[in-house]
Design a protein around this ligand. Structure first.
Ligand code: GRF
Length: 214
């Protein structure tokens, strides 16, 4: 079977990217990282990628401010790079930009994101802090497909994480992050195996070979 080519988009630390790359190296993922793209030159994730011999590319949003629609022009450039690297599946891993329809339509149903809450609770920024302020007893993380609404796409996998008394945003984030590192590679592997079947908001995980072959 042809190995899935991933294009990772990130803006920061890159621990999810690293978890995916580690799963690939352990032979747990039928995929390879074709390119890591960042909108931040100083992103630690970009440096990590380059240090591991992966192709890392920085695209500067400032280069597109003169365009009629800068966000779309930037995403057009992203699509060009992804296409040039024959990317099959786009992985948003701490990518701090709202993606436009240019990218979403070019990779319809082939963009995943991870979010540090049990969506649809607490979309947007500082999800762990939002969860603490709301006083929920359980939070977690969600891998979902990316659609035009922020953090709104069909859910692939979620993992629940208890909120402990005395948790700070940092301690809760750290506990959630462990689960992120587990479920993101898992969701990618399900995709690579052709085991995700979407219908509207529902994503069914196919369990038997017979179901997959259908
Ligand atoms: C993670 O918490 C992820 O859920 C959110 O951004 C953070 C990225 O962390 N979308 P890292 O850059 O993967 O370490």
């Amino acid at each position: 079977m042809k190995s899935l080519r991933l294009g990772v988009l990130l803006s920061g630390r890159g621990s999810n990217f690293q978890a995916i790359q580690d799963a690939i190296e352990r032979g747990e993922l039928g995929a390879s990282i074709a390119v890591v793209l960042s909108n931040k030159k100083e992103a630690q994730g970009l440096a990590r990628a380059e240090a591991q011999g992966l192709t890392g590319i920085f695209l500067d949003p400032k280069d597109y401010v003169g365009d009629a629609c800068p966000r779309e022009a930037f995403d057009r450039a992203i699509v060009q790079v992804l296409t040039a690297h024959a990317v099959d599946l786009v992985i948003l891993a701490g990518y701090m930009r709202i993606v436009t329809p240019i990218l979403i339509q070019a990779y319809q149903g082939r963009i995943m994101n991870i979010h540090p809450s049990l969506l649809p609770s607490f979309p947007g920024l500082h999800a762990q802090q939002q969860a603490l302020e709301w006083g929920v007893k359980i939070s977690g993380c969600t891998v979902h497909l990316v659609t035009e609404g922020v953090d709104e796409g069909p859910i692939i996998i979620q993992s629940a994480v208890p909120v402990n008394e005395g948790d700070s945003a940092e301690t809760l984030s750290a506990r959630i992050l462990e689960q992120e590192h587990r479920i993101y590679p898992e969701a990618i592997q399900l995709y690579a195996q052709g085991r995700l079947q979407g219908q509207g908001r529902q994503v069914q995980i196919l369990h038997t070979q017979e179901q997959v072959g259908r």
